[in-house]
Structures are given as C-alpha cells and as structure tokens.
Design a protein around this ligand. Structure first.
Ligand code: BES
Ligand code: MN
Ligand code: ZN
Length: 501
C-alpha cells in the first residue's frame, strides 16, 4: 500500500474520509460535504448510533452530487484530547475498514484540529503510520488470489495543512514500520522454514541498509565456551547460531560504547526432554519473538539512520527432544564460567540468554543492555496480553523504558527483583539451577534473577514479552499473528535518550 500527503481539497474520485468531533460536530470539510450533498451527512448521522466518539466510523455510499464513491465519517471525540497513539489508531481502523470494502483509494482530510497541541504534520504523519501498521498482512502462504479477505486498498492520501512536513516525518516512521513488519514476518514464519541458519540469513540481509552482521557457528561458540546455549540446541538437527548486528550511527563517535539489545531466539520450543503437552505446542514457533524484535529494531534504526551506536545480539537455537538432547540433571558450563544444573529442559530461554548476555557485556562493554524474551508462561498469568514484564537492576533505565512504553502505546510493567528470589536458583551441586525451588510461585521473577547472574555490573533491563509477541485478536494497528511488539518501544527509548534529540 502507498501513502501520500497533499494540501487540503476535496478529491475528485475514490473514497473520502472526514472528521466528526464529539456530539457530531462536523469538521469544516465535513460541513462542506454536507452542504454539497444537501445534508446527506446530517441525515446519516441522525439515522445511526454514531456519536463522533473516538474510533466510531460511519460509511456513506454513493453520496449525491459528488463524484467520490463513498464518504467515511471518522469519529475523533474531543480534538484537544488526541495523542499520537490516537491518531495511529484512527489511521489503523480506517484502513482496516476500507480494506474489506473494495475501496482502492482514500483521501483523509485532517482539519478542525486547531485546539490540539500536536503539530499538523505530527498528526498527519501518525495517522499514516497507524494506517501502515494496520495494513500489514502475513499472507505469503495464501495461494488463492481471489480470496475475499484480500485487502482492497492501494493508496491513502492524507490532506493536511503541513503536507511537506508530514511527508518528512513519515519517512522515519515508515522505516520504523518496516522494522515492525520484519519482526511480524519473523514471528509468524513457521519453524520448518525459520530455523537458526535461515534466521541468520535474514539478519545478513540487513547489511543492505548498512548494518554489519556477524554470525557465530557452533564451532566458534564452542571455542567461546557457550555451553549453556549449545546445550539447548544439541538435541536438534538444526545447528545453533548467534547473530550479531551492528549499527554505528553516532556522529563523530565511532568509538562510543554501544547500547546493546539481546534476544531469545528459540526457533521452536518443544520443551526438549521435559516435553511440553501437545495442545497449543504450535504456538512455540514464536518463541524466537525476542530475537525477532531485536532484528526488526536494527532494521528500523538503520532504516531511519539513527544517530546512535547500537548492537543487537540474538541466540538462535531449536529446543528438541532427541537421542542427543540435553537431559534433566545435566550440568553445563556457561561462557561466564558459572555452572548450571538443568532441572527442566523447558526452561531453555534463560540458558540461551545466559551466554548471549555474558558475551555481549564481555565483548562490547555496552553503556546498557536490554534483553527481550518470550521467557515465561507465568508472565501471561501476571499481566495477560496488555503489558510486558520489566525487570531491571537500574531504576533510571526502568523508568525510561516505562515512559517510552506510555508514549508509543506498548505497555510495560515493572516487577520486583530481590535477593530472596535469587536464592531460589542456587543449586546444591552446581552454581545455579535453571528453575526455582518455589514451584509455580514468582516464576517470571525467578527467571529474571537467573538472567541477572550473567549481566555482571552492566545497567540492564529484561523484558518478558511472552504475552506480547503474538496476538490472537485484531486491533487497529496490530493485526493478529506476530505483533512486532517492542520495536516502537525501543526505537522511542533510543530516540529520546540516546540520540540527543
Ligand atoms: N517459551 C516458554 C515460555 C512460554 C510459555 C511463552 C507459554 C509463551 C507461552 C519457555 O521456554 C518455557 O517453557 N518456560 C517454562 C519455564 C518453567 C519450566 C520454569 C514455563 O513458563 O512454563
Ligand atoms: Mn521452554
Ligand atoms: Zn521457550
């Protein structure tokens, strides 16, 4: 789908979308349309339940005395209350509605927003960003081209006062959306085609945008002593990999220590010998969601040429049961030198991250490190699908991530860490064990305490995104499937705190 911006004027063809405020107050252009059509809008509003509430949509087909094929009334509520995220949601809802309607072109007129604090170009760019995010489809495996669910919309034009400023702002947002789409693609891709080596190939493709990509194979990881990560992958016929992606965009500061992002990339999690139950196991194709977010984030940052030095490190494995698989009771030595007793082979993400986190802080001495992982089912019990779990050894960092989440509408909620929980991962015969002694209690916190053993004294935050990487329901800007959660959040975090912007 293509996006464009123009000055405010009525289009000659296609569909037209105009704003309606609270209590059905028409925007100036909506008023013009009502006049031209001899009051069609007013009559339509009177005969429906539409109240101009934020997110209400009403479609009027073939309005008289106009050449456009339809007029969509877009409810926006009180104009002064609208935030960037609201504009994104409006754009997303509009596109999703039109995509099932057969409309091919739409012009959205943004006027009457003088009482809103945002600049016209921001509102216009973000309604377009939302439209783009909402237009995403994972349809590469649909072979029936006549499928009625095929989206119809080809082009959206946003008419506003500051069209050239909007176009400029949208360039960056479009790069971010491309990053989100890469994450969604990776997360939705099944495990027969997306496995450590093919995932690493996807990372390599980012070199076209100026990202330096290094891939570590099993021999290299063996020599580095990554016994924790390699133990998880040893039951799979697919070889493990680690991908390292560098984006060096900081001006005149090539040597500035990077910000590091680390991702869990379990391309499929059967649980291993501690096998998961059959029903729902197909969901574990998205157990590489953390790695997917890190990869999409690198694409977004490179795409908009972020002025920061960033490194993304992802541990890629497949957790399978097999004659060569790791057994419960096995003891492995991690790259840090610390030993781990494997009490449950299904608690594998923390083992992958143990080596990925240690490697990252050891090699890059990052200013700070944030990991993302679909780490625990327990975080879904705690927070459902509204917020990711946030854990940190640094209050300022935690606050910054929380605020970034508020700004972009990707929620995070902090959970505690303290020595009493950490005690649970001490093993009687090794340094640590990979599950806690507390049964089902505080499972997500115990997992975070385990990770903390491998971050040294680096400022660090862990995002448990098990409830966020995948969605079973459509929303305005996030269609069901891989959500791309975290790309916008971390892009905002970098933009605000690490680009001098
Ligand atoms: N990938 C899972 C976590 C998960 C479960 C994500 C369900 C999304 C939905 C992880 O590897 C896992 O299996 N964790 C175990 C840990 C337990 C064995 C301590 C869990 O959460 O049950
Ligand atoms: Mn598991
Ligand atoms: Zn897992």
């Amino acid at each position: 789908m293509k996006f464009a911006f123009s000055e405010i004027s009525l289009p000659k063809r296609g569909s037209l979308a105009v704003l309606v405020f609270a209590d059905n107050t028409l925007s100036p252009m909506a008023q013009d349309v009502d006049d031209i059509t001899g009051g069609v809008l007013t009559r339509a509003l009177e005969t429906s339940r539409f109240k101009g509430k934020k997110g209400d949509l009403l479609e009027i087909l073939a309005p008289q005395d106009m050449d456009v094929s339809r007029v969509i009334l877009v409810g926006v509520g009180e104009p002064e209350d609208l935030k960037l995220v609201d504009f994104e949601n409006l754009g997303g809802s509009l596109v999703r509605k039109l995509n099932t309607s057969g409309a091919r072109n739409v012009t959205v007129i943004l006027d009457g927003l003088e009482s809103n604090d945002l600049r016209d170009n921001e509102a216009a760019a973000h309604i377009t960003f939302g439209a783009k995010l909402g237009s995403y489809r994972f349809n590469k495996y649909k072979t029936d081209e006549d499928d009625a669910s095929e989206p119809s919309l080809l082009r959206m034009t946003v008419a506003c006062k500051a069209s050239s400023g909007a176009r400029k702002l949208f360039t960056d947002l479009e790069a971010i959306a491309e990053g989100v789409f890469l994450t969604r693609d990776l997360v939705s891709e099944p495990a027969n085609t997306l496995f450590p080596e093919s995932f690493a190939d996807k990372c390599r493709e980012l070199s076209a945008l100026g990202v330096d990509v290094e891939i570590l194979d099993e021999d290299k990881m063996e020599r580095l002593g990554m016994g924790a990560l390699l133990g998880v992958g040893q039951g799979s016929v697919r070889e493990s990999r680690m991908a390292i992606m560098h984006w060096n965009g900081a001006p005149n500061k090539k040597s500035k220590n990077p910000i590091a992002f680390v991702g869990k990339g379990v391309c499929f999690d059967t649980g291993g010998i501690s096998l998961k139950p059959g029903p729902g196991m197909e969901e574990m194709k998205w157990d590489m969601g953390g790695a997917g977010t890190v990869t999409g984030l690198m694409k977004a940052l490179a795409g908009r040429k972020a002025k920061a030095n960033v490194v993304g490190v992802i541990g890629l494995v497949e957790n399978m049961p097999d004659g060569n698989a790791q057994r419960p009771g096995d003891i492995v030595t991690s790259m840090s030198g610390q030993t781990i007793e494997i009490l449950n082979t299904d608690a594998e993400g923390r083992l992958v991250l143990a080596d990925a986190l240690w490697y990252t802080q050891d090699r890059f001495k990052p200013e700070l490190m944030i990991d993302l992982a679909t780490l625990t089912g327990a975080i879904i019990i705690a927070l459902g699908h509204e917020n990711a779990g946030l854990f940190s050894n640094d209050d300022d960092l935690a606050d910054q991530i929380f605020d970034a989440g508020k700004t972009v509408g990707e929620g995070v909620w902090r959970l505690p860490m303290q020595p009493e929980y950490a005690k649970q991962v001490k093993s009687p015969i090794a340094d640590f064990q990979n599950i806690g002694t507390g049964g089902r209690g505080a499972g997500s916190i115990v997992a975070a305490e385990f990770l903390k053993k491998f971050v040294n004294d680096t400022p660090w935050a862990h995002l448990d995104i098990a409830g966020m990487a995948w969605s079973k329901k459509d929303t305005a800007i996030v269609p069901k499937g891989g959500t791309g959660y975290g790309v916008r959040l971390l892009d905002q975090f970098i933009r605000k705190h690490h680009e001098g912007k």
